[in-house]
Design a protein around this ligand. Structure first.
Ligand SMILES: NC(=O)c1ccc[n+]([C@@H]2O[C@H](COP(=O)([O-])OP(=O)(O)OC[C@H]3O[C@@H](n4cnc5c(N)ncnc54)[C@H](O)[C@@H]3O)[C@@H](O)[C@H]2O)c1
Length: 295
């Protein structure tokens, strides 16, 4: 079965980026906003990304219009009917995800493949809720999904080998590089990256250096494109907190779990770039270290 029609569930930063990546590869995609209301923000975000590429001369205006023209924006889950592949990208909460999988099952055809873009949750823990564990797997994209090349492909113990093979060829078709990973909390990248970001927050709490110092050290000293605190802001601190909680619960290692400062920042609505403030304040350019950190 060739995957010709794709539905993406969740119109946040990842859902929008995934829809844009798929449409850029010439495939029709329906972006279903999970919470009710118009999908104006998702549409505006994708249009802005494409405009930026036109301004830089990377793509023609006509091409940008074709890409956005391949995306249908809706807040109705019924629009998933007829999709060969549904990619879920709602918040990192297993109960919320399970509810959406059960609801989507009412509209999807029996052959449809269902994938989760979860950052850390075990695929086997969500598969039964989809009602089709043999056609369910993880497709873990990276942020920004329209640019980042890696997709971790995560079959559970119940996933049919043929479904995994179809997912791998789909990932290649949209110009990404698939890496097959065993079903385990955090897969490869977040199992390694989350404790690193959380440890950087611990360094900040311990007064080892300030925000700019920690980030500059890892940027210049390890040649990382951005420091760990800027990266946490980029991912979203609520997502980092959820990933750290999931890793702690799975592996029982304290160093993997959230720190008090991370918890306080999320509780205060300082979620990073998407809320305008995290370790940095994004109201001006360039962003400045946030002077109001709840240290
Ligand atoms: N941010 C990253 O770098 C990244 C990378 C890879 C995967 N992911 C995963 O992708 C998924 C989405 O993350 P995101 O970064 O796009 O988050 P986001 O906050 O930008 O978007 C989350 C979406 O979930 C929706 N939603 C549905 N039910 C909700 C509820 N009950 N409460 C609140 N929001 C609800 C929101 O409307 C929103 O559109 C998560 O599973 C996350 O772990 C994130």
């Amino acid at each position: 079965m060739a995957i010709e029609r794709v539905a993406v569930l969740g119109g946040g930063q990842m859902g929008s980026g995934i829809a844009e990546a798929i449409a850029t590869a010439g495939i029709e995609v329906t972006l279903i906003k999970a919470t009710p209301g118009p999908a104006d923000q998702a549409r505006a975000g994708i249009a802005k990304n494409l405009d930026r590429q036109v301004d830089k001369g990377k793509i023609a205006r006509e091409h940008a219009e074709q890409v956005i023209g391949r995306i249908t924006f809706t807040d109705r889950l019924e629009a998933a009917a007829g999709a060969d592949l549904l990619i879920e990208s709602v918040i990192e909460d297993i109960e919320v995800k399970r509810r959406y999988f059960a609801e989507a099952a009412k509209f999807l055809g029996p052959q449809a493949i269902v994938a989760s873009n979860t950052s850390t949750l075990r695929i086997g823990d969500m598969a039964p809720a989809s009602g089709r564990p043999e056609r369910f797997l993880g497709l873990h994209f990276f942020n920004p999904a329209q640019i980042m090349k890696l997709v971790e492909v995560v079959p559970s113990a119940s996933t049919d080998a043929e479904v995994t093979a179809e997912a791998v060829s789909f990932v290649e078709r949209i110009g990404k590089t698939p890496v097959l990973v065993k079903d385990s909390t955090g897969f490869i990248v977040n199992r390694l990256l989350t404790p690193y970001m959380v440890d950087a927050i611990r360094c900040l709490e311990a007064g080892l250096a300030d925000v700019a110092g920690i980030d500059t050290a890892m940027h210049l000293g390890a040649n990382h494109p951005m420091g760990p605190l800027a990266l946490a802001d980029y991912i979203g601190l609520d997502i980092v907190q959820a990933m750290a909680r999931n890793l702690l619960e799975s592996f029982g290692q304290d160093y993997m779990g959230p720190t008090p400062l991370l918890d306080r920042m999320v509780a205060a609505g300082m979620l990073g770039r998407k809320s305008g403030r995290g370790f940095y304040d994004y109201s001006g350019r360039p962003p400045r270290p946030n002077p109001d950190l709840p240290l």
